[in-house]
Design a protein around this ligand. Structure first.
Ligand SMILES: Cc1cc2nc3c(=O)[nH]c(=O)nc-3n(C[C@H](O)[C@H](O)[C@H](O)COP(=O)(O)OP(=O)(O)OC[C@H]3O[C@@H](n4cnc5c(N)ncnc54)[C@H](O)[C@@H]3O)c2cc1C
Length: 289
């Protein structure tokens, strides 16, 4: 049986050079960001077809900036840098900072990046649910041009995203919404473990009526992709936030069967999801006020 034994390490110093290398090596190559997921997969036989590694540390893609409408996060930005970012301190994208701060162990916070977390297509990671709730977009480039992919269309199946082998994720963009608050809540077996279930919410209030004008709630570790809790969202929209409304929204039935994992059955997940969603909406709504 083939074993992971790459023989070429490429270190491009510009995005253009990286795109040319991706075109040249195509499916025999993998981009290396923080190398934390790749390292895990390499020991599990998940990379035995890979012969070339393309290290993108030299592309200058580590930043968090904002303009009036959008927060821009460079692909190679680590969880630690996101957690310390001033641009995410107040406002509608706070959940990204919250999730990054909570991520443990610190070694992964310092090495793991937003592009690795997203491009891996692993639904129990924390940032996919957050980025889905925040209605983020992925900007990717290839020699053919630039693509903008909304999070609702990005995650396709376990390990499968809308990125083609020759695409380089260069930036994640998050819209800034006024009168909006967001949050992230995770249930793990221990505080350093992967999520048994995680959830992220963004709640937007109408300026005059103070009723909910928009709500996005995403769950992770419950399906082959992060998934929106549409019935809970619908119950919130046009409602005035109160404990009763939040309780009703979070106890809405799921329109999917939560996938079991080694640590939690589907039945267990059905029991804990309403509690996590309630906490998540409560925090997001209080930040929106
Ligand atoms: C001990 C441990 C604990 C962990 N705990 C958590 C946790 O609690 N919560 C959590 O969310 N995650 C956790 N993780 C997973 C961690 O989030 C991911 O490992 C990390 O985000 C991956 O980022 P990376 O930069 O290391 O990606 P890499 O391993 O470098 O890459 C991952 C994948 O993304 C692809 N890729 C990377 N960058 C790009 C790009 N720019 N364009 C296209 N494709 C790209 C790579 O080719 C590869 O397929 C844990 C991991 C470990 C090892």
């Amino acid at each position: 049986m083939a074993r992971f034994k790459p023989s070429v390490l490429e270190k491009p110093s510009s995005v253009e050079e990286a795109l040319a290398l991706l075109k040249k090596w195509s499916t025999s190559a993998r981009i290396v960001a923080g190398n934390t997921t790749l390292h895990e997969l390499s020991g599990q036989g998940g990379l035995d077809d890979v012969n070339v590694l393309i290290d993108i540390a030299g592309l200058g893609l580590s930043y968090v900036t904002e303009d009036e409408q959008t927060v821009h996060v460079g692909a190679m930005t680590t969880f630690s840098k996101i957690a310390k970012s001033k641009a995410l301190e107040a406002g509608s994208s706070y959940a990204l900072k919250e999730a990054s701060e909570k991520l443990k162990p610190i070694q992964i916070r310092n090495m793991g990046t937003i592009d690795g977390s997203t491009a891996s297509g692993i639904p129990l990671y924390d940032l996919p649910a957050v980025l889905l709730a925040l209605d983020a977009k992925v900007i990717s480039k290839s020699v053919e041009g630039t693509k903008t992919i909304g999070m609702d269309d990005f995650f396709l199946a376990h390990f499968v995203t809308a990125l083609a082998p020759e695409d380089l994720l260069v930036e994640v963009q998050i819209p800034i919404k006024k009168r909006s608050g967001s949050s992230f809540v995770k249930l793990g077996r221990t505080s350093v473990d992967y999520a048994v279930v995680n959830a992220s919410a963004r709640v937007t209030l109408d300026d005059e009526s103070h009723k909910v004008s928009d709500a996005r709630i995403a769950l992770g570790a419950v399906a082959s992709t992060p998934i929106r809790h549409r019935l809970a969202e619908q119950r919130l929209i046009r409602a005035k936030i109160s404990e009763d409304v939040i309780a009703e929204a979070s106890s809405q039935p799921l329109d999917f069967d939560p996938s079991p994992s080694i640590h939690a059955s589907s039945e267990y997940k059905r029991i804990v999801i309403p509690v996590i969603v309630r906490d998540c909406i409560t925090a997001a709504a209080s930040r929106a006020r």
